[in-house]
Design a protein around this ligand. Structure first.
Ligand code: ZN
Length: 113
């Protein structure tokens, strides 16, 4: 289950941020999860709970927003949503595209108690 290592990385990021801002407990953490990141939100939530059990972060909730996959077409210079993993421009069907968003996971905000 790769969510376990993701949860571990996530915890490190959160702890770094907490140290930076002198925070000891959190109510929730809001995340953006790219549609393409292959992360299963429920699995990530579960792994995170397991990792933080018994620590000062026990009970911190993960709020996850799924970010759709977006592409930019070099041929017609349009931005479009990539659906069903069809990596071609929806306007001109060119495959000369770049992926703009929807591939990774990022911490958007943390709510302090
Ligand atoms: Zn195009």
């Amino acid at each position: 289950m790769h969510e376990m290592s993701i949860a571990q990385n996530l915890l490190e990021i959160i702890q770094e941020e907490m140290a930076k801002h002198n925070v000891n407990t959190l109510r929730s953490v809001r995340l953006n999860i790219g549609q393409m990141s292959a992360i299963v939100p429920d699995a990530l939530s579960f792994c995170f709970e397991v990792i933080v059990a018994g620590t000062e972060l026990e009970g911190t909730k993960l709020i996850m927003d799924i970010i759709p996959l977006k592409g930019y077409c070099y041929a017609c210079k349009n931005e479009f949503l990539i659906e069903n993993y069809a990596f071609a421009c929806t306007f001109c069907e060119s495959s000369n595209i770049e992926t703009l968003a929807g591939q990774d996971l990022s911490v958007v905000e943390m709510e302090v108690d």
